[in-house]
Ligand binder design. Structure first.
Ligand SMILES: [Ca+2]
Ligand SMILES: [Ca+2]
Ligand SMILES: [Ca+2]
Length: 575
């Protein structure tokens, strides 16, 4: 990004935040005025969009409300299905009971064999590896060496092999990059603590050095952020084992950009950025537009550096906020995607209550905002649950029908859907954290080759059907439903890359929306309930009717004239 464009983008972002325009858009402030303003307000950003999102020309204005709706609806989002892997729990290649990188490579054919003609693989197009760097913890979110691989997981050569084999199959590989903090055992921190005059002292945040009061509450919710060591106090907003880095120090910024480049040069396709808003949001009192601007400015700097190595690098950030305004700020030439925590709650809630919670209506407005902030180039990162939340099957009280409908919603919405490993076979898991990160179950035999055993399978011990082997053989299994939905998505451009428009079904137990690219469209209708539902079809946003029933998952939907009847827990796709 050149300086002028960066300046333009920042100015736009600041102006939007200040003017409260974003809030107005989200509130559904109608008409074609504010809603259409952004694409013309940042033509430079649009032309030079660095991300891989498909550029889509704005539709010709047709006047009035219709213009605003079309502009929001036509916002295409290039979409790939990603799969989140906790390496320690996934697959063990050498029999020590700990999952490893070679183990992931061994299971690539389960994820996607690279052959579109075979349908017994899941069909994902990307994987997100949770932290793979050396770390004293089992989870790895406290790194001691950013340029090597955790010996439990293998070597740098194993990582390169994994990336090469994934790429052969059309699978992108991104990994967690954890830069808000290091491990307390990182050599930088040890030096910082021991040598107040040393070169790493100012890489961390010492209260006494900065004349800061030992007060305040951590924005990460861990109480006091200050921890005593050798007569001073350092900041660690998550816990004392994770000291926060000082991003006001240009050496820290330079090092983290260099580390990012190092991994892209290994062939990695991008990063999932942990705790992205906590770079500067350390205390509860830090929550402000100014803090967000400082965070976004850092991530823009990081993005620019990554693009020097890979202009297509995919960057998805963890900004744990339910507000689209808060997440959207980071789509201003920093991230391609921010995880949509608010949507995840809505999807699980809709599946559980068997009621449409207004998902499409909200997303249409959210994407109008994201389009404005990003200059028309973003993909949402959607999911049901991740490694920090009770597993979706547990939230849905082990109801397989509800799990199937949660999957159906996730895999027919815009952006990049992320599946948390084991979700596709209905693994259970409740906190503490180890309980939501249990060994992936490959077969009913907990001692089978490849099965990891670093942690007892407390939550899944009696979950007999939640294993890959038995579900592969069962066409009615949750795994089969995931495979079918992913294949459907891959084969339909409107589902894979399209925008979204709400489509009123007139039925509280039915969720329906249109998906469209510039030259294709589809109508998605979910019956979330346990009884058959009928929907009377009406014209879509462009005034035309959907007349062809393309797919029913599972089978059984029937279209007679304009009357669509759906069996319980069924999704229909129409064109
Ligand atoms: Ca192993
Ligand atoms: Ca295949
Ligand atoms: Ca921080």
């Amino acid at each position: 990004m050149n300086a002028k464009r960066l300046h333009t983008a920042r100015r736009l972002s600041r102006a939007m935040l200040a003017a409260g325009l974003t809030a107005a858009v989200l509130a559904g402030c109608s008409g074609g005025k504010d809603g259409d303003a952004a694409p013309s307000a940042s033509p430079a950003a649009n032309q030079n969009a660095e991300t891989s999102a498909t550029a889509s020309p704005a539709p010709p204005p047709t006047g009035g409300t219709q213009t605003a709706q079309s502009a929001g609806a036509a916002q295409e989002q290039h979409g790939n299905v990603y799969y989140e892997i906790f390496v320690r729990s996934f697959n063990d290649s050498d029999g020590d009971g700990i999952g490893d990188l070679r183990g992931v490579t061994e299971k690539l054919d389960y994820l996607n064999d690279g052959n579109p003609a075979t349908t017994d693989d899941l069909g994902v197009e990307g994987i997100w590896l949770m932290p793979v760097n050396p770390s004293p913890s089992y989870h790895g979110y406290d790194v001691t060496d950013y340029r090597s691989i955790n010996p439990d997981y293998g070597t740098l050569e194993d990582m390169q092999e994994l990336i090469n084999e994934a790429h052969k199959r059309g699978i992108k590989v991104i990994m967690d990059l954890v830069v808000n903090h290091t491990s307390k055992a990182h050599p930088w921190f040890i030096d910082s603590a021991k040598n107040p005059q040393g070169e790493h002292r100012d890489w961390y945040i010492w209260a006494e050095d900065q004349n800061r009061a030992l007060s305040g509450t951590s924005a990460a919710g861990s109480g006091s952020p200050w921890h005593s060591l050798l007569g001073s106090h350092y900041m660690g907003i998550f816990w004392d084992g994770m000291p926060d880095l000082n991003f006001d120090n240009p050496d820290v910024r330079a090092e983290m950009k260099d580390i990012g480049k190092f991994w892209l040069k290994q062939g990695l396709d991008g990063f999932r950025l942990d705790a992205a808003k906590h770079i500067y949001e350390d205390l509860l009192t830090d929550k402000s537009t100014e803090t967000t601007t400082k965070n976004v400015t850092w991530w823009q700097e990081f993005r620019t550096a990554m693009n020097e190595v890979n202009p297509q690098a995919y960057i998805v950030g963890e900004v744990w906020e339910n507000s689209a305004v808060s997440v959207g700020a980071y789509l201003d030439h920093a991230f391609n995607s921010g995880f949509n925590f608010g949507l995840a709650e809505s999807l699980v809630n809709s599946a559980k209550t068997e009621k449409d919670s207004g998902v499409a209506f909200t997303l249409e407005r959210t994407y109008k905002l994201y389009s404005q902030v990003s200059g028309g180039s973003f993909s949402d990162a959607i999911f049901l649950t991740n490694h920090d939340q009770n597993r979706v099957m547990s939230q849905l009280e082990d109801n397989p029908d509800h799990a199937a409908m949660a999957a159906a919603m996730l895999l027919t919405l815009p952006g990049n859907p992320f599946i948390y490993y084991g979700e596709e076979i209905g693994m259970l898991g409740v906190k503490p954290d180890e309980g939501i990160r249990e060994p992936m179950r490959w077969s009913a035999d907990a001692k089978a080759a490849g099965q990891t055993a670093w942690e007892a399978d407390t939550n899944n011990k009696n979950n007999a059907s939640a294993n890959v082997d038995s579900q592969l053989k069962d066409s009615g299994s949750l795994l089969s439903r995931y495979r079918e939905l992913i294949a459907l998505r891959a084969g339909l451009p409107a589902l894979k890359d399209g925008g979204i428009k709400d489509y009123a079904s007139g039925n509280a137990g039915v969720m329906s929306y249109e998906r469209m690219t510039a030259d294709s469209k589809a109508l998605v209708v979910h019956n979330l309930t346990g009884t058959a539902q009928t929907v009377m079809l009406h014209a879509g946003g462009d005034g035309s009717m959907y007349t062809k029933l393309l797919e029913s998952v599972p089978s059984g939907a029937k279209l007679a004239g304009t009357s669509l009847t759906l069996p319980p827990y069924t999704t229909a796709i129409l064109q």
